[in-house]
Design a protein around this ligand. Structure first.
Ligand code: ACO
Length: 428
């Protein structure tokens, strides 16, 4: 708290609201007493000016294109860390010491298997079900299988649920893929890394040994790290809001997955690749740029623009370099990558995109990489959900332990009918 206030004047009276200071980033003024004192609410659809909570996990400076997890820049983590290290960092606040990392990795690896009954549960879905539909259903269903980690008042149960979610998500996502292609499910192999195990469960078959390609494994690790957390975005806010009522962690993460699915959020990587494929040739780029700028055309350049970043999304830079690396390793030349690079160049020198500060976001290049590795487009958002689970559980734990936490209950500006009397059907 600072000793400064924001003063609001209305109807000849002044009301003071204390200014609170974070460790870095914009200050906020505390309006919790506003309604009690003035009888007014604040109006902020989309929460563009609202800090919904205090958090010590992730910091973004959208103007400068900075993303820090517990203070560490995302590019340093993507370059040097394992996903387990980042998961520990997000959950516990510090990079793990050697023995802590060993113990954490061991614990996660011991939770990778799913209750056997869940394999039967998959068979209730149509084979052409979207993997995100399966993820929502199966993750929500975990609460029906792991009763011993649903008491949110017990910190130990909360940590077990967090470990289970982080550990089981690759198995759940891989099984969603296997189910869609009609191949048998593969059990986890705990001798592999988190990403190596996921690649094997996805692309391996029981009939043959599977060798994890280290370049692909590194690319997957980076993709997971780049998606691990992102402050109070829509799906994380959904997880927090669901959790604020005391709902169990599996239900909360299922709610986050549902929110992430939308094309304005996690679904954008799928939409971006589909758009690049539709453009197909660099010659057609001007046509699509013109459509994106046309007010009467709902078309938007997918993978461009961000609510918070008004500069390069720092994750997009790492993604672009990774796309080059993976295509080189796999000996693939993808015309879609050429379209993406040219589109980026043209958009970044166009006044419309410059004025509106629209830059490529994390999703612009991730689809190209995932496509080269062999994932079908409808798996892209499932991979995002897998990685973001770490951030969701870290944010959920932080919320539950916050003494200021209350059930999330926004108010509204009511614009409907005032009170009126019921009219019988024959008199309407
Ligand atoms: N292409 C063309 N114009 C755009 C784009 C785009 N991708 N994004 C924003 N604009 C324009 C809007 O038309 C609007 O113009 P106006 O001021 O003349 O009306 C202006 O830029 C501001 O756009 P808003 O939609 O108001 O910005 P907001 O912060 O609400 O939206 C969003 C951010 C949803 C990401 C938006 O940029 C978008 O739809 N991008 C495409 C989808 C996408 O890539 N989403 C991924 C986000 S990253 C993630 O979730 C991991």
């Amino acid at each position: 708290m600072t000793d400064r206030n924001v003063t609001l004047s209305t109807e000849g009276k002044d009301f003071n609201y204390p200014i609170l200071e974070g460790s870095v980033g914009p200050e906020v003024f505390d309006v919790r007493k506003l309604y009690g004192q003035t009888g007014m609410f604040t109006y902020d659809p989309g929460f563009t000016s609202t800090a919904s909570c205090q958090s010590a996990i992730t910091y973004i400076d959208g103007e400068k294109g900075v993303l820090l997890h517990r203070g560490y820049p995302i590019d340093q983590l993507a370059e040097n860390s394992t996903f387990m290290e980042v998961a520990y960092l997000l959950l516990h606040g510090e990079l793990p010491k050697g023995s802590e990392l060993h113990d954490f990795t061991y614990t996660i690896s011991r939770h990778t298997m799913l209750h056997e009954q869940l394999a039967t549960f998959y068979r209730g879905f149509r084979r052409d079900a979207h993997p995100m539909a399966i993820m929502c259903g199966v993750v929500g269903a975990l609460s029906a299988f792991y009763h011993d980690s649903t008491d949110i008042t017990d910190p130990e149960q909360r940590m077990i649920a967090s470990h289970r979610l982080i550990a089981k998500m690759p198995t759940i996502a891989a099984m969603a893929y296997k189910y869609s292609v009609g191949q048998p499910f593969l059990y986890p192999d705990n001798s592999l890394s988190y990403t190596g195990n996921f690649l094997r469960m996805t692309f391996g078959v029981p009939a043959e040994p599977y060798a994890v390609n280290p370049v692909v494994e590194r690319a997957m690790r980076r993709i997971f790290i780049l998606h691990a957390d992102h402050e109070q975005n829509a799906s994380t806010s959904t997880v927090r809001l669901a959790g604020s009522s005391g709902a169990n962690p599996f239900a909360c993460i299922a709610a986050g997955i549902a929110c992430l699915w939308g094309p304005a959020h996690g679904g954008a990587n799928e939409a971006a690749l589909n758009m690049l494929r539709e453009i197909g040739d660099v010659k057609r780029i001007p046509e699509y740029i013109a459509r994106a700028k046309d007010k009467d055309d709902p078309f938007r350049l997918m993978g461009f623009g961000h609510r918070v970043y008004k500069n390069f999304d720092p994750r997009a830079k790492v993604m672009k370099a990774t796309a080059d690396e993976v295509l080189k390793e796999l000996g693939k030349s993808d015309p879609v990558l050429d379209v993406a690079k040219e589109l980026e160049q043209i958009a970044l020198s166009d006044d419309y995109f410059i004025e509106k500060k629209l830059y490529p976001n994390v999703d612009f290049y991730s689809g190209v990489i995932l496509n080269a590795i062999g994932f079908p487009t409808d798996m892209f958002t499932a991979l995002f959900a897998l990685a973001r689970t770490v951030g969701w559980v870290a944010q959920w734990n932080e919320m539950i332990s916050d003494p200021e936490q209350k059930i999330g209950r926004p108010r509204q500006l009511y614009v409907g009918q005032p009170q009126r009397d019921y009219v019988p059907v024959d008199k309407r």
